[in-house]
Design a protein around this ligand. Structure first.
Ligand code: XMP
Length: 526
């Protein structure tokens, strides 16, 4: 399995690890993040992972996630009973809890009353899991099945009014089953419960920290790269920027970053990236900026179909990058800013394999002459990447940058992309971002941007009739970017943005606010 082979930090940094066994639950990554928030290193593995591998890893604890199935059904995901006999503490959550009971001789059935949402749970304080937790505590429930009978040797350690077994345990064997989801923030004391498990039950010391990650990674990169050359495609996004910062700290000018300005970046973004990583910036590396705007606009002329636009933008990137790589000549390593969710979502780590075409995990580009791929952020979650970025001295505005798609404004302009339309959407977006920041909303909204509709309509400006474009403003709240709700932004702020855009951006005479959630919409506006 890829992650094991490449997992750099588990060897050097921390020899205590908790693993999450994924049964397809939607919160699989959250579980691992919560464990890491307790300063314990954690990785996710599919339930299909061989037990021999788990034994070999010798984790300090194992957490079984939730999942969409019923454990008593044929072909439902399961695991070998032996897992519970290794002497390693196991915590089962939701489906994981039911499965533990089912395998060990308890009974799971369809619940007479389904529980969904915030629920008051009554806990037994004698349980190590609930040490220092309030007697009645709000937890997040989401289940159709319930544990109707606990397995022999277990005791009930929490209940709700509808659920007789909200938690059960066999403390002697360090086996714990919890029906609710401590990993979800709605479970008010959930992080404390996970901390109770990883420290209290598993005995982890909790020494995993980001500053040591940077230090240790620098050491490992130096060892791996030696005096070799590394090439990195820098997009100016958080991941590739932090990868650049880390590699620069480790190997300085042995690193060359190629930054392709495709003319579809946000206003002034190309210059901002150059200011940080270029010759006048603080990082020791070779920086090559390719101003390919005209090339892209020429290729995109007359193209209106969104997928075709994406394809052209992607292919053109390869072509430009390839030309630059040829000038540089053979390199030893091609660096990529892959992060842990990319690994998991590509089906290499956990079970919920949502394969995103824009995540190039494991697929080696064949257009550059290199020997090996290097992915220094492969084990990190996004918030950890950000912490590492700050450690490395990358400016906050870059580290906390809004997510921005690879094809850039190309997919925020409906219909044909032209230099003129790019200017309009860049200017409108800059105003929108400025006002969102002024209103103090820039850190709380998941993603927000302006897009250019392909609609032109009649308006009046002064005494003149106009026939101009409509700008769409989008702002969404989202946890995982798979689903999203339109954000409730203040109407006054929208009015300010509207009037500024109409006054300051030539070519726009209407402004819309997009209310669509995802599904049925997508977050992007293409
Ligand atoms: P959608 O529009 O699919 O977007 O709801 C979900 C998230 O993914 C981002 N996105 C992309 N990111 N390349 C990227 O790097 C892409 O082609 C791409 N398309 C969408 C989008 O900005 C949002 O955060």
């Amino acid at each position: 399995m890829g992650i094991l082979k490449n997992s750099s930090i588990e060897k050097g940094l921390s020899n205590e690890k908790v693993i999450v066994i994924d049964f397809g639950g939607q919160y699989n990554q959250l579980v691992a993040r919560r464990v890491r928030e307790c300063n314990v290193y954690c990785e996710i593995y599919s339930y299909k992972t061989d037990i021999a591998l788990i034994k070999q890893m010798a984790p300090k604890g194992i957490i079984l996630t939730g999942g969409p199935n019923s454990c008593y059904e044929q072909n439902a995901p399961t695991y070998k009973k032996e897992l519970f006999e290794l002497g390693i503490p196991v915590l089962g959550l939701c489906y994981g809890a039911q499965l533990m009971m089912h395998i060990l001789g308890g009974k799971v059935e369809k619940a007479p009353v389904k529980e969904y949402g915030k629920t008051e749970v009554d806990v037994n304080h004698e349980s190590l899991m609930f040490k220092n937790i309030s007697q009645k505590t709000t937890c997040w429930m989401s289940h159709n099945d319930y544990i109707s009978q606990i397995a022999p040797g277990f005791q009930i350690s929490a209940h709700t009014s509808d659920c007789p077994v909200a938690a059960a345990e066999c403390a002697d064997k360090k086996l714990y089953a919890i029906q609710f989801h401590p990993e979800v923030l709605h479970t008010v004391e959930g992080t404390k419960m996970i901390d109770n498990f990883v420290r209290g039950v598993c005995g982890c010391a909790g020494t995993w920290r980001m500053d040591s990650f940077v230090e240790e990674s620098v050491k490992q990169i130096r060892e791996k790269v030696g005096d070799g050359k590394v090439l990195l495609a820098l997009s100016g996004g958080v991941d590739s920027s932090v990868a650049a910062g880390l590699l620069s700290r480790a190997i300085g000018k042995q690193l060359t970053c190629v930054f392709v300005d495709h003319g579809l970046l946000r206003k002034n973004e190309g210059d901002e990236v150059e200011a940080v990583f270029g010759p006048s910036g603080d990082f020791d590396l070779n920086f090559i900026r390719v101003n390919a705007q005209e090339r892209y606009y020429a290729k995109l002329a007359g193209v209106t179909e969104p997928e075709t636009k994406r394809k052209i933008i992607g292919e053109e990137f390869i072509r430009v990058f390839e030309e630059e790589a040829k000038k540089i000549g053979a390199v030893d390593f091609l660096a990529q800013g892959t992060i842990y969710p990319d690994v998991v979502e590509s089906g290499l780590g956990g079970e919920s394999a949502v394969i995103k075409s824009h995540h190039n995990v494991g697929g080696l580009p064949d257009y550059v002459d290199f020997k090996e791929i290097i992915e220094p952020l492969r084990d990190l979650f996004k918030d950890e990447v950000r912490k590492a970025g700050l450690e490395l001295g990358i400016p906050e505005r870059l580290v906390y940058r809004q997510p921005f798609p690879g094809p850039g404004l190309g997919i925020r302009i409906i219909g044909e992309v032209t230099a003129e339309k790019v200017r309009i959407v860049q200017d409108a977006d800059a105003i929108y971002r400025e006002e969102i920041a002024k209103a103090g909303l820039d850190k709380s909204i998941g993603q927000y941007f302006a897009a250019l509709t392909n609609m032109r309509s009649v308006g009046v400006m002064g005494d003149e009739r106009t026939y101009d474009y409509a700008i769409a403003l989008r702002a969404v709240n989202t946890v995982d970017f798979m689903t999203a709700e339109s954000a409730e932004v203040p109407f006054e702020m929208l009015q300010t943005v509207m009037s500024r855009i109409i006054n300051e951006v030539r070519g726009v005479n209407r402004v819309f606010y997009d209310l669509t959630s995802k599904p049925p919409g997508t977050i992007e506006f293409e």
